[in-house]
Design a protein around this ligand. Structure first.
Ligand code: 4AD
Ligand code: MG
Length: 479
C-alpha cells in the first residue's frame, strides 16, 4: 500500500511543504477546479486544487460526487477562505467511478434522516452519520477504558443460551431444524424443546446471569455485546438487536452499584466531549437547526453541548420509587389529569411519560430511581426488608428515559428459590445459577447500560435507528 495520510491529520497544517497522498470520496467539485475530499476521519474536507487546463478532460469528467480518488501533491497553506491548507494536485487517480445520475446522495439540500434510513448502506458518507459513528466508537472505547482502569475483566458471554434472564418472554428462538423434517410432539405440535441439536435455545436478552458466574470468582467483570429482544415495538427507543454493557461486581451493594454507573456515564460523556469536540459541535449545531423548526414553546432551552456539560457538573438525583410515585401523584401535571396513565396507586410500573416528567420537568437532571415494587421487577433482584420492594435501580436521562437498569442481586439461596417458585421459574433449568448461591455466595450487584440509548443522548439524535450502523427492528434486516 502506498503511504497515505488521513485528512484529519493533514488539517492540523503541520506538514505543509511536504508531498502527501490523500485518498477519499469526492464531496463536491466546483468550477472544474476545487475538489472537496472526505475520507471519514473528520467531517472537514480537504480542498484539492486542480490545474484543469493541464488535466485530461476525460479524467476531469470522472471526478464526480461520490467517486473514490487518490491525490498526490504538496500540502500548501491556503490563501482562500474556509480552509487553512489545501493540496494543489500533481497527480489524480480515479479509483472508483460514481455515476452522478444514479448516486442517491447527490442532493443539493441536506437529505432528511428518513431518506437516509432508506439509504442506510450509504448514509455513512454524510456528515451527520460520520459524526455519529465516530462518537459511537469513542464511547465504546471509553467504556472499556473506564472499566479496565478499575481492574474489571471483560467477559464474553454467549449469544445462544437456554435462559431468558429477564423472564419477559421476549426471546428469539434459535433453531437448526431441518425444515423438511421438523420434530413434532406426540400431539403434532412443533417440538421447540429440540430446536437446537435437541435443546430449546434462544438469542440472549442479557448476559447478566452468566456474568454473575464470572463475578463470583473474578470479582469485577463486564460484558459488552449484542442482546436481542423480540418485542414488536416500533418506537424511537427500542431495537430488536442492541448492544449492552453489563458490569457485575462481587461485594457491591446498591449504592456502590449506583456510584459506579454514575461515574461511568460521566466519564464516557466527558471522554467524548474531549475526543470528539468537532463532531459534537457539529451535532449540537444540527440539533439547534432542527429545534428552530419547532414552535418557540417546544424548543429546548439548552444546546446539546450544554446538556452534556450539565450532566457532568451535577450529581444525579437519587430517590426511591415510592418517593417518585408521591411526586407524580401530587404534581400539578397529574392534577390537571394530563398523564395518560394516571398513577392509580403504589405498585404500578412507571410509563415513559412519568419517567420523563420526573427527569425533564421536576428534577431537570438525571435521576436514579431505586427500590421498586418486587412485582414489576425480575426474579434475581434482592428483596428488601419491607417484603414489598427490591434493591433495583433504573437511571433515567433527559430526552431518553431509562438508560440503565440494574440491581443488587438476591444472594440468599432460600429467598431466591422462594421467589422463583412464586414466579413459576423452573429451578432445574437454572441449577447452575443457583449453584453460585450454594458455593460461597456473597452480596453482589450489577447493571445494564443500553449502549444505543447512551449514543442517542450524547449525539442528541432523536431516533435509536440512527445511532446503530445496521438497525434491526420489525421488518428491517436487509443488510
Ligand atoms: O432493563 P433491562 O431489561 O435490564 C437487563 O437486561 C438487566 N439484565 C441488566 C443488568 O442488570 N445486567 O435492560 C437494560 C438496558 C435498559 O435500561 C435500556 O437502556 C436498554 O438496556 N434496553 C434497550 N435498548 C434498546 N432497545 C431495546 N429493546 C432495549 N431494551 C432494553
Ligand atoms: Mg429495565
Amino acid at each position: 500500500m502506498s503511504s497515505r495520510t488521513k485528512i484529519k491529520a493533514l488539517l492540523t497544517g503541520t506538514q505543509t511543504g511536504t508531498e502527501v497522498t490523500v485518498k477519499g470520496w469526492v464531496r463536491a467539485f466546483r468550477q472544474n477546479r476545487f475538489i472537496a475530499l472526505n475520507d471519514g476521519s473528520t467531517n472537514n474536507n480537504i480542498q484539492i486544487v486542480v490545474d484543469f487546463e493541464n488535466t485530461d478532460p476525460t479524467l476531469l469528467k470522472r471526478i464526480t460526487v461520490g467517486a473514490a480518488i487518490s491525490v498526490t501533491g504538496i500540502l500548501t497553506v491556503s490563501l482562500g477562505q474556509g480552509q487553512s491548507v489545501e493540496i494543489p494536485a500533481t497527480t489524480i487517480e480515479v479509483l472508483g467511478d460514481c455515476d452522478p445520475d444514479a448516486y442517491p446522495l447527490q442532493l443539493k439540500n441536506r437529505p432528511s434522516l428518513e431518506f437516509l434510513r432508506e439509504k442506510a448502506h450509504l448514509r455513512f458518507r454524510t456528515n451527520t452519520f460520520g459524526a455519529i459513528f465516530r462518537v459511537r466508537n469513542t464511547l465504546s472505547f471509553a467504556i472499556h477504558q473506564f472499566l479496565q482502569e478499575k481492574g474489571f475483566v471483560y467477559l464474553h458471554t454467549p449469544v445462544i443460551t437456554a435462559s431468558d434472564a429477564e423472564g419477559a418472554g421476549e426471546t428469539f428462538h434459535v433453531t437448526n431444524f431441518d425444515l423438511n423434517n421438523i420434530p413434532r410432539t406426540e400431539t403434532g405440535e412443533i417440538d421447540y424443546k429440540q430446536d437446537f441439536f435437541g435443546r430449546s435455545t434462544n438469542l440472549t436478552v442479557s448476559g447478566q446471569l452468566e456474568g454473575e458466574l464470572g463475578a463470583m470468582a473474578l470479582s469485577d467483570i463486564y460484558t459488552f455485546g449484542p442482546t436481542f429482544r423480540a418485542e414488536n415495538s416500533n418506537t424511537t427507543r427500542h431495537l430488536a438487536e442492541f448492544w449492552m454493557i453489563e458490569p457485575e461486581m462481587a461485594f457491591y451493594d446498591l449504592q456502590d452499584n449506583a456510584d459506579l454507573a454514575e461515574g461511568m456515564l460521566k466519564y464516557v460523556i466527558s471522554y467524548a466531549l474531549d475526543k470528539n469536540k468537532e463532531d459534537l459541535e457539529f451535532l449540537s449545531q444540527r440539533l439547534a437547526d432542527e429545534e428552530k423548526q419547532k414552535p418557540q414553546n417546544e424548543r429546548s432551552e439548552m444546546s446539546l453541548l450544554d446538556k452534556l456539560q450539565f450532566c457532568l457538573d451535577n450529581d444525579f438525583m437519587r430517590i426511591t420509587y415510592t418517593e417518585a410515585i408521591d411526586i407524580l401523584r401530587d404534581s400539578s401535571h397529574n392534577k390537571k389529569k394530563k398523564f395518560q396513565y394516571l398513577i392509580e396507586g403504589w405498585g404500578a410500573d412507571l410509563q415513559s411519560e412519568h419517567e420523563r416528567y420526573l427527569v425533564e420537568k421536576h428534577f431537570k437532571k438525571p435521576v436514579i430511581l431505586t427500590d421498586y415494587p418486587k412485582e414489576i421487577k425480575s426474579f434475581y433482584m434482592r428483596q428488601n426488608e419491607d417484603g414489598k420492594t427490591v434493591a433495583a435501580m433504573d437511571i433515567l436521562f433527559p430526552g431518553i428515559g431509562e438508560i440503565v437498569g440494574g440491581s443488587q442481586r438476591e444472594e440468599r439461596l432460600d429467598r431466591l428459590e422462594q421467589r422463583m417458585d412464586e414466579l413459576g421459574i423452573p429451578k432445574d433449568e437454572l441449577w447452575w445459577y443457583l449453584d453460585t448461591r450454594r458455593f460461597g455466595t456473597c452480596p453482589h450487584a450489577g447493571f445494564g447500560l443500553g449502549f444505543e440509548r447512551l449514543v442517542l443522548f450524547v449525539t442528541g439524535m432523536g431516533n435509536i435507528r440512527d445511532v446503530i450502523p445496521f438497525p434491526r427492528f420489525p421488518k428491517n434486516a436487509e443488510f
